[in-house]
Design a protein around this ligand. Sequence first.
Ligand SMILES: [Zn+2]
Length: 162
Amino acid sequence: MKTTKEPTERELDTFVSQNVDRCQTSLVCAILAQGYEANENNGMPTEHDIANYYVFKCPECGASQNEPFDSEPIDPKNESFATPMHYKCYECQAEFEKEPESEPQEIYEWWLCSDWLLEKLEARGEPVLHSDLGDWWGRTCSGQAISMDSVIKDIYISLHNS
Ligand SMILES: [Zn+2]
């Protein structure tokens, strides 16, 4: 069995400085504002170009996920389209008859990152804006070093323990 070594603060800082370039929140907000204002497609990106922008929130425990909640027919033997579905939260296992609504993630900062890191972030459900002007990571937390973000630590650990 492989043991997962906890990365040190220094290792994480180095990892971030190698893969995260700079914060361009004002720039990306300005670009997105152009997209919103346009009545016709002027080639500017809009929120529709943000991968993982919408998340599904569990009304019970507040856990969010990018995929719609797990759904299965109430009667597994009857798989017709008319079969009512129920939706189950991965986190608290609460079940719902109606699909929980999706809502946009709150993005506080936009960061220029390496393509490699962007791909890993997107695969982990982080918002990523793709556009002809560039690609950015939409960070949903703020006020702490990026090296402290749990998603960054996850990526670092999976890189060094695979
Ligand atoms: Zn839940």
